[in-house]
Ligand binder design. Structure first.
Ligand code: FAD
Length: 298
């Protein structure tokens, strides 16, 4: 079976598509093939065909934590945003990998379930959120996840418990084993619906006040080094507002890099490298990126 045979069977597969259409930074090169599976069965078929034909496979959720180099991505890119079912059972919410974190958090809130308030404004998908152990305002996926269903690259279905996910700061085991997250179940507590929704509104207001949401970006670019805050270091180093091409270190939140118009992934990466170099020279601190950088050089 060839990849494009699956297109004839009705799976949505496109060719040579600019990924800048999907990334939150509005940058990035082309995917050789791009698929939007609508069911787990379609994901399984796509994974199997890439294994059989030795086609490189890249999984993307909402593309809110990604810089895709301008040379694009060879092989097949799967975007999982069509897998978006969310179900509530008692105190548990199960969301497909492509459901947004925001929709999942609001579904929980609307059922009077507390524990996902922190996630009310994180613009990723459940798959990306679990992969990253996304967190904000003192909460993290780790605290709410009960179990995660995955498909391995070898085509095996597995369920990981919270412990087996090996969560830590912006880390999960999925970053090492390459599994594909299909869904996650969250274990939540009954609460007062209006209080939960109020708290989420408050956190989103804070976000709008502090973050440059009016421009494309990928959120916080760097992980927080132990004992330090990235934004103040960048400001003290005189780099806030620094611009390379269309990529600018945000004048509103120095930990963000915004696309002021026409930025390329190369602009982003050049600015990231400059910030890393200056911070190393000035503070002897290695800044590691939180944003995932994938794809080929131009
Ligand atoms: P993507 O960007 O699509 O992918 C990220 C990584 O996850 C990639 O390596 C990808 O291969 C992998 N991945 C995605 N889906 C799957 C899957 N189903 N199976 C296996 N691997 C997968 N993050 C926070 O933690 N806290 C915040 O407060 C926060 N605020 C943000 C604010 C803004 C304005 C923006 C733009 C981003 C912010 N982020 C924040 C970053 C981002 O939203 C999170 O990291 C989110 O979890 C990424 O999810 P995604 O679906 O967009 O992942």
């Amino acid at each position: 079976m060839e990849l494009l045979d699956l297109k004839k069977q009705g799976i949505d597969i496109k060719e040579q598509i600019p990924l800048s259409r999907y990334t939150f930074t509005k940058t990035g090169g082309e995917a050789e093939y791009l698929a939007f599976p609508k069911t787990t069965d379609e994901v399984e078929k796509l994974v199997k065909v890439t294994q059989e034909n030795k086609i490189p496979l890249t999984i993307i959720g909402n593309a809110s934590n990604l810089i895709i180099r301008d040379g694009g991505i060879d092989g097949l890119v799967i975007i999982l945003t069509e897998l978006k079912n969310i179900e509530v059972n008692g105190n548990e919410v199960t969301a497909d990998a492509g459901a947004t974190i925001v929709d999942t958090a609001f579904t929980a809130a609307n059922h009077g379930l507390s524990g996902m308030e922190f996630a009310a404004g994180i613009p990723g998908s459940i798959g990306g959120g679990v992969f990253m152990n996304a967190g904000a305002y003192g909460g993290e996926m780790q605290e709410a996840v009960k179990s995660v269903n995955v498909l391995t690259r070898a085509g095996e279905y597995k369920t990981y418990s919270n412990q087996e996910m090996d969560f830590s700061y912006r880390h999960s085991i999925i970053q090492e084993n390459g599994d594909i997250v299909l869904s996650a179940t969250f274990s939540l507590k009954p609460g007062n619906k209006l209080q939960i929704l109020d708290h989420m509104d408050y956190l989103n207001a804070l976000r709008r006040y502090k973050q440059p949401l009016e421009y494309p970006s990928c959120g916080s670019v760097f992980k927080r080094p132990k004992g330090h805050f990235v934004g103040p270091m960048i400001i003290k180093a005189g780099l806030q507002g620094k611009q390379i091409g269309g990529a600018q270190d945000s004048t509103k939140h120095a930990g963000f890099i915004v696309n002021k118009g026409g930025a390329t992934a190369t602009d982003y990466l050049d600015l990231i490298h400059l910030i890393q170099k200056v911070i190393k020279e000035k503070y002897d601190i290695d800044l590691h990126t939180e944003v995932r950088i994938i794809g080929k050089e131009n």
